[in-house]
Design a binder for this molecule. Structure first.
Ligand SMILES: NC(=O)c1ccc[n+]([C@@H]2O[C@H](COP(=O)([O-])OP(=O)(O)OC[C@H]3O[C@@H](n4cnc5c(N)ncnc54)[C@H](O)[C@@H]3O)[C@@H](O)[C@H]2O)c1
Length: 256
């Protein structure tokens, strides 16, 4: 199989529906030659059904990133699928969650905020550490952020959680760099996924892209973000780490 991920074994978290950025990432990764394993959270039968719609059906391992037992058992479950030469060349972190209370900045409780930060930011570190025994020089960790440099309408503590994710990726890049492991993020524009539907006022946030993206933006197309993730998983960014690549139609650099 040829392609920019030929021969690579990639763990993809966060597939829920075909609108998931993770689903498109897994699809592009397989088309580029990768062997993909998925992890699923909650309704595993749903994830397994979606996994059948990939170019090649991928196995699904259960993973709640807040469950230490799941994290501790992850490497062994990957070994069970891959056998003695088990190895992970790339991890896709495509996970975020904020309770409804986290979308009201001034009223949010610490409980809601801590859940958002635990699931959406700290998990990049815990997921990577869970896979570390299977990783080596040239491995790549890629996560998904929503540009946390500015304050957005409605995004509130999820925006703070994304700022934490961006910092987490930089510190991972610092600490795993000596082992030859890279950590980067794709900063995606808005996509109408399940996660987006749970953001109250998502339409208001997304409307910015209708006016400010110089090359345009399609809210219904998660594939460009998936392609960006695959590029960062590949060997075409060998000396890039702690970076955030914007796949947002150019909105991040527009002044108005
Ligand atoms: N949709 C957008 O507008 C947008 C824009 C930029 C970045 N992102 C980011 O992309 C990533 C994927 O989101 P998406 O838009 O594809 O939505 P999605 O709803 O398809 O994916 C979110 C995933 O997070 C998983 N998840 C939630 N809690 C979890 C837990 N405790 N353990 C493991 N998994 C858990 C869900 O099962 C789901 O698969 C997220 O980090 C999101 O913030 C999304």
């Amino acid at each position: 199989m040829s392609g920019i991920l030929a021969g690579k074994r990639i763990l993809v978290t966060g597939v829920l529906t075909e609108a998931s950025i993770a689903f498109q990432t897994a699809k592009v990764a397989q088309n580029e030659g990768a062997e993909v394993i998925l992890t699923g959270f909650g309704r595993l039968s749903l994830v397994e059904r979606i996994a059948k719609r990939l170019p090649k059906e991928a196995p699904v391992i259960e993973l709640d990133v807040t469950n230490q037992e799941h994290l501790d058992g992850l490497a062994d479950k990957i070994r069970a699928h891959q056998g003695d030469d088990a190895r992970i060349d790339g991890i896709v972190h495509s996970i975020a969650f904020g309770p409804q209370g986290a979308f009201n900045f001034l009223e949010a409780s610490w409980e809601d905020v801590s859940t958002a930060v635990h699931v959406s930011a700290y998990s990049l570190k815990s997921l990577t550490m869970a896979c570390l025994p299977l990783m080596g020089r040239g491995s790549s960790v890629v996560g998904l952020t929503f540009d946390a440099q500015t304050a957005w309408p409605k995004y509130d503590w999820m925006g703070v959680a994304k700022a934490a994710l961006e910092g987490t990726s930089r510190y991972l890049a610092r600490d795993l760099g000596p082992q030859g492991i890279r950590s980067n993020l794709v900063s995606a524009g808005p996509i109408k996924s399940m996660a987006a539907k749970s953001i109250p006022g998502f339409e208001e946030l997304a409307d910015v892209w209708n006016h400010r993206a110089p090359i345009g933006w399609d809210l219904a197309d998660p594939e460009p973000a998936g392609r960006g993730v695959v590029a960062l998983l590949s060997d075409f960014f060998p000396n890039t780490t702690g970076e955030i690549v914007h796949v947002d139609g150019g909105v991040h650099m527009m002044g108005a």
